[in-house]
Design a protein around this ligand. Structure first.
Ligand code: ADP
Ligand code: MG
Length: 451
């Protein structure tokens, strides 16, 4: 069961956070109906009580425990060491009891109290989405309906949706608000069909004033759910009830989404959230530190903001890791400490490399301007540099052949040709092989000289 709990936890927090806090935890089994977890010191104990108690209880509940309890025990130092290499003792099964056919699972998630407008840092990356969410919160059903927010994972979509929910709860106390993930919506539907409770299901979703549906991209390929959601959408829309949807991509890019749903998603306003700029990342870290009453020098926050660039959840995880590291080792915050705390998490191979970075490095290596490499020149040296750049971009970034082609003002078959040229030459042409290796190492940060 501990493995299941960990699995649940892992899905709900960032990798960094998970490794910082949960990897060292020892399962001490169940005592008097409570799951007992061994942690390293009183700081960690306090931290778990404050930050992870609810999550762990949720995890146990999701496994069927009815009245889950979790307590944290500080492990004696020796025992900690002793336990490390061995497996945790097997936990006796926690009492589980499945209620006989529940009418409709009460899966309505309470809005996360942290996810408010006040706690949302606005930057150039998210100001449109923020403004739209605020407008909708102020005049639900009238401003934009539906509001469709898309963006990569960890950039604040759920936060903004909850913020609207909080705002409306305060401003219009009588209004009914339903927040649901597309997954839960689907599960509810499946259960309702199985238990012959479709009327209940429909009443529930069609009687709200604000419906928040998170991660709508998961509707893809689910025909029955799409059908049902279509009717839910229409019922709410016709009654001027507000709908907010989030997705990791715009409606037109959601595969196998029925045309009639897609067009409805495009009726209102579609707005995106991009990765935050450096300044926004620092501001988010600052706010987080202040909330947790931790005093961290600006330069340390900046170092963290430089390490984690794309995902705010990971950014927060990194901050926590630095805090944990200095608290556990009893050293003050400094750039060096932060760098150390983050060093094994952000391993060199995870360093994010962009097309422009690769091009720049190749330009330096071959001692020619980047624009020449990107240009039309057919001189042999230039062609070689261009091919190496395309080869490395393909290897080190997630970009597709057409995207790389576009970056070089060429089509994807040219890139394919370049890649096979370089691949063929590798191992045969010593100079080219050396160049590719050097550049790769440099870009992955394995080469200290360049860092
Ligand atoms: P998504 O739903 O897009 O995957 P979340 O809304 O879950 O992302 O956000 C991930 C984490 O980042 C949350 O803890 C959230 O509070 C935080 N976060 C995201 N955007 C901001 C922001 N602009 N200001 C402050 N915190 C933010
Ligand atoms: Mg989300």
């Amino acid at each position: 069961i501990w493995a299941d709990v960990l699995g649940y936890v892992r899905k709900n927090i960032s990798e960094v956070e998970y490794h910082t806090w949960f990897a060292p935890v020892k399962n001490l089994g169940v005592q008097e109906g409570s799951l007992v977890l061994g942690v390293r010191n009183s700081f960690a104990q306090e931290w778990f009580r404050k930050h992870y108690l609810e999550l762990l209880e949720d995890a146990l509940r999701s496994l069927g425990a009815q009245n889950p309890q979790v307590t944290f025990q500080v492990l004696p130092a020796a025992q900690d060491a002793l336990l490390l290499p061995t497996d945790p003792p097997p936990a006796p099964p926690i009492h589980t009891g499945r209620a006989p056919s529940t009418p409709l699972p009460e899966n309505r998630k309470v809005l996360n109290p942290k996810y408010t407008f006040e706690n949302f840092v606005v930057g150039p990356n998210n100001n449109l989405a923020h403004a739209a969410a605020l407008a909708v919160a102020e005049s639900p059903g009238k401003a934009y309906n539906p509001l469709f927010i898309y963006g990569d994972v960890g950039l604040g979509k759920t936060h903004l949706m909850h913020a609207v929910g909080h705002y409306m709860t305060e401003r219009f106390p009588g209004k009914r608000i339903e927040y649901v993930s597309t997954e839960s919506f689907t599960n509810d539907l499946i259960n309702a069909i199985r238990d012959d409770k479709m009327t209940l299901f429909r009443n529930r979703y069609r009687s709200v004033d604000l419906l928040l549906v998170d991660d709508i991209q998961f509707l893809a390929g689910k025909e029955r759910t799409q059908e049902e959601f279509f009717h839910t959408f229409n019922a709410l829309y016709e009654n001027h009830k507000q709908i907010i949807l989030s997705s990791d991509r715009p409606p037109k890019d959601i595969q196998t989404l029925e045309g009639r749903l897609r067009s409805r998603f495009e009726w209102g306003l579609i707005t995106d959230i991009q990765s935050p700029e450096f300044e926004t990342r620092v501001a988010i870290l600052k706010m987080n530190a202040e909330h947790n009453r931790i005093n961290i020098p600006q330069e340390v926050l900046e170092l963290i903001a430089r390490q984690v660039t794309s995902n705010i959840r990971e950014l927060e995880g990194a901050l926590m890791r630095v805090v944990a590291f200095s608290s556990l080792n009893n050293v003050p915050f400094s750039r060096a400490v932060a760098a150390k705390a983050l060093s094994n998490v952000f391993a060199p191979q995870e360093v994010k490399v962009e097309m422009m970075d690769v091009l720049r490095q190749v330009a330096v290596h071959y001692n020619m301007p980047a624009e020449v490499i990107r240009g039309a020149g057919r001189v042999r040296e230039v062609v070689t540099a261009r091919q190496v750049a395309q080869y490395l971009i393909r290897e080190l970034t997630d970009h597709s052949l057409p995207e790389i082609g576009q970056f070089f003002g060429r089509d994807h078959s040219t890139v394919m040709h370049a890649i096979s040229k370089v691949t063929e030459a590798l191992g045969k042409d010593a100079e080219l092989t050396g160049s590719v290796d050097t550049l790769r190492r440099r870009m992955q940060g394995l080469d200290d000289e360049e860092a």
